[in-house]
Design a protein around this ligand. Sequence first.
Ligand code: DQA
Length: 143
Amino acid sequence: KTIHILNGPNLNLLGKRQPEIYGADTLADVEATCATLGGELGLETALFQSNHEGEIVEMIHRARAAADGIIINPAAYTHTSVAILDALNAYEGPVIEVHISNVHKRESFRHHSYVSLRADGVIAGFGVEGYTLALRRMASLLT
Ligand code: DQA
């Protein structure tokens, strides 16, 4: 089975961007850690990132044919994007929403998530470990 790990705007700067909030690991580190754990769990992983809302919509469309589950950190689009919610509503497999930081401890505009209306589960505040926790949950949902 294949899991797509989708990442929204500014996450290309992970490790350099506000490390006091998001930590020192880069997105390439996340990709490598997830590939290794995926191997142990019998899951193929592919990680994508875009700073553009429409590209994330298209990533979700591609996942319809290519992925058994989606792990998504929509970043700032979490709080604004009906288009990403609609795309996820057109996706049939399990969806897990990940936030590196604890969004509920931060500014009130980060407390609402459009994506949570669709997500089967939400992980926030566990740092980049949230991605591997989500992958473990995907393994139990899919087997
Ligand atoms: C984030 C939280 C969002 O509010 C923020 O805009 C991000 C990252 C997180 O992973 O903690 O870019 O999704």
